[in-house]
Write a protein that binds this ligand. Structure first.
Ligand SMILES: Nc1ncnc2c1ncn2[C@@H]1O[C@H](COP(=O)(O)OP(=O)(O)OP(=O)(O)O)[C@@H](O)[C@H]1O
Ligand SMILES: [Mg+2]
Length: 273
């Protein structure tokens, strides 16, 4: 490919991305500073929260090297490719695209940032999302290339920053909030995940990872605190079995927290539009 051909391919891809984005009413990026704080769990359950409210919803797994969304949805197939376009998977009524279906089990993906960004571009340019009310991007930990690509290409209107209550997570969440601000994402909110554990025997609340760190950060940084999701041992088991807890245990405290986050986001974004 010579320079001119590359330029044409680049412009065509940009057009396809902008066409996709124009058909998606609201776009949400879920990220954090620290790994393992529950981004994928939150992204998946918020997506089903929107779906339960009757919105057409999709999940874009932007964690290219550690894609976990298909596992949490129990999807274990290759995506369908039709005339250079990919058809997203659909599970319990929510659409989803991920790198996981394109990788062999256990195979590591050792790619530099530009390659990972290219896949994100393709997930927007070449996936047949059709019209959606909400598209939720689940990002890898940190403030690297993937969030830059999502910000530039998907143009999220809401950044959901996930943290656990302890300081090592809150410090990294602060970086994530500042990144969302620099990227000019209009709305930013913090979710505190793994807040407290309710002892199944004595029902006493245990602050396994401390308590209130996310709420304090939101207050300090003057941004919206979206809610706290408690530790629930069923969440882990359900995730491993490919079932979002909001579908299986709709009356649990964790599901109620997710539903109230969904209500807040829909109200906020409706006001804006
Ligand atoms: N509130 C919770 N209660 C119990 N288990 C939870 C909760 N939230 C998440 N988990 C479990 O913690 C583990 C990590 O969650 P998850 O994969 O969503 O984190 P992550 O931030 O996406 O990780 P990564 O940084 O690797 O992408 C999973 O096994 C998940 O089931
Ligand atoms: Mg994840």
């Amino acid at each position: 490919m010579d320079a001119q051909e590359k330029q044409i391919a680049f412009e065509e891809e940009a057009k396809r991305i902008s066409n996709t984005v124009s058909k998606i009413k609201h776009r949400i990026a879920v990220f954090s500073g620290k790994g393992g704080v529950g981004k994928t769990t939150v992204a998946v359950n918020l997506a089903y929260g929107f779906h339960l409210k009757g919105f057409s919803t999709g999940i874009l797994d932007a964690d290219i090297t550690g894609p976990n969304v298909p596992k949490m949805l129990g999807v274990d197939e290759d995506p369908i490719v039709l005339n250079d376009y990919m058809i997203p998977f659909e599970k319990h009524g929510v659409k989803m695209i991920s790198m996981a279906g394109l990788l062999k089990k256990g195979q590591p993906l050792i790619w530099r940032g530009p390659m990972r960004s290219k896949v994100i571009n393709q997930f927007l340019a070449d996936v047949v999302w059709e019209e959606l009310d909400y598209l939720i991007a689940d990002l890898p930990p940190g403030t690297g290339d993937e969030i830059l690509s999502i910000a530039q290409q998907m143009k999220p209107d809401f950044a959901v920053i996930v943290t656990t209550p302890q300081q090592v997570s809150v410090i990294d969440a602060e970086r994530a909030v500042n990144m969302a601000r620099e990227l000019k994402i209009p709305f930013i909110g913090i979710v505190e995940n793994m807040s407290t554990l309710l002892c199944p025997h004595c029902r006493k609340e245990i602050g396994l990872f401390g308590k209130g760190g996310g709420q304090e950060l939101a207050k300090e940084m003057n941004i919206q605190f979206l809610g706290s999701i408690p530790i629930d041992t069923d969440i882990c088991a359900l995730s491993d079995n490919g079932t979002p807890f909001i579908l299986e245990k709709p009356d649990s405290e964790a599901s109620k927290a997710c539903k109230s986050i969904v209500d807040f986001i829909t109200t906020q974004l409706n006001k804006q539009s």
